[in-house]
Write a protein that binds this ligand. Structure first.
Ligand code: NAD
Ligand code: IPM
Ligand code: MN
Length: 352
């Protein structure tokens, strides 16, 4: 029997609350399939670990994760630990260290999910973001000069390499071809006169290999407007790290909320493990109450099943989430229900 080694990093706040439930769903999946099983290793890394040990994960953390088949992560961040430390030393360290250069984030409005846009039907919101996940605005290049002096200066560089742009754009073209849908590149070449002009150029260059793919290019300001006014114009979208971060929270908002949005951090070459997570954060405002929505984490399990080569299970999980949204019997308060985190997962498990 095939065994998948899963590194589980629950993290902070609602992270452990939703990941616990996602793991129960995975155990049920393995039981239902009968052909594979999961071997979970839990890592207690995060802000508690930082306050006890002075670091977010041990120095050899990446080595410990390296041999797993996938990483399943909750969320990172706690109000009493600076965010740039907690995120850079754990989540971003894994994304960068394992060259997970594609962040795949579906924005799909399921039946029964609440859409705040007037007159929009589920089939109108069905897009997939391919967010650059290794460099760009998140390259971490810069300086802080003359600290606390009147002439203080900070510099935050965007780093856009030919290799980095080409590979993520090519991935997006392949995906659009496979899904037989359009590809929209979102950039900002009118103002960012080096990085985004380069990005636009590479989008055109790579596109020569994909004459069959219908392409569009949008400026990020107009793109955010169209996501609200006319979401059905989007199929696959490729964009930079920061733009992808912002637009996918907007995407979550139009597709039912943060409690539903999932993302896969992929190392498509397979050199390193990929990581699956909800896109939301540690939600300190609701942590510890047992009411966090686990569906985003469960959707991330669907992405993991796709990644492992079980698309039928990936689809089944999405179908079950949709059934639960339509039935409205087991929804957490963010979706207008009264169920607990565990009760929502129980409903998913019962259907599996
Ligand atoms: P957030 O996503 O944690 O919360 C935003 C809002 O959405 C809150 O009102 C929260 O209650 C709600 N929400 C989020 N997930 C929910 C769920 N599953 N069920 C119900 N409601 C949910 O974003 P934030 O408040 O900006 O950030 C909080 C912390 O999380 C910060 O430290 C931030 O840096 C961190 N963060 C981490 C990740 C990650 O680890 N991947 C992602 C985003 C933010
Ligand atoms: C996300 C998060 C992260 C990001 C933060 C926590 C660094 O917002 O996964 O969307 O910006 O990528
Ligand atoms: Mn984000």
């Amino acid at each position: 029997m095939k065994t998948y080694k899963i590194a589980v990093i629950p993290g902070d706040g609602i992270g452990p609350e939703v990941i616990r439930e996602g793991v129960r769903v995975m155990e049920k999946l393995a039981e239902a399939d009968g052909g594979f099983k999961f071997d979970f290793t839990w890592y207690p890394w995060g802000c508690d670990y930082y306050l006890a040990n002075g670091c977010m994960m041990p120095e050899n953390g990446l080595e410990l994760l390296r041999d797993c088949d996938a990483i399943y992560l909750g969320a990172v961040g706690r109000p009493d630990v600076p965010d740039h430390i907690s995120l850079w030393d754990l989540l971003l360290k894994i994304r960068k260290g394992f060259d997970q250069y594609v962040n795949l984030r579906p924005v799909k409005l399921l039946k029964g999910a609440q859409c705040p846009l007037a007159g929009v039907k589920p089939e109108d919101v069905d897009m997939v973001f391919v967010r650059e996940n290794s460099e760009g605005e998140y390259a971490g290049s810069g300086a802080w000069l003359y600290k606390d002096q009147p002439n203080e200066v900070v510099i935050q560089n965007g780093v856009f390499s030919r290799k980095g742009c080409e590979r993520v754009i090519r991935y997006a073209y392949e995906l659009a071809r496979e899904k037989k849908t359009s590809l929209t590149s979102i950039s900002k070449g009118n103002a960012l006169n080096y990085s985004m002009v380069f990005w636009d150029q590479i989008f055109k260059e790579v596109g020569r290999d994909y004459p069959d793919v219908e392409t569009r290019a949008l400026l990020v300001d107009a793109a955010s407007m169209f996501m609200v006014k006319d979401p059905k114009r989007f199929g696959v979208i490729v964009t930079s790290n920061l733009f992808g971060d912002i637009l996918t929270d907007l995407g979550a908002a139009i597709a039912g909320g943060m409690g539903l949005a999932a993302g896969a951090n992929l190392n498509p070459d397979g050199t390193f493990p990929s990581m699956f997570e909800p896109i939301h954060g540690s939600a300190p405002d609701i942590a510890g109450q047992g009411i966090a929505n686990p569906l985003a984490s469960i959707w991330a399990v669907s992405q993991m099943m796709d990644h492992f080569g079980y698309p039928a299970w990936g689809k089944r999980i999405i179908d079950i989430i949709e059934e639960i949204l339509v039935e409205k019997q087991a929804l957490t308060p963010d979706m207008g229900g009264t169920a607990t985190t565990t009760q929502v997962a129980d409903a998913v498990i019962a259907k599996l």
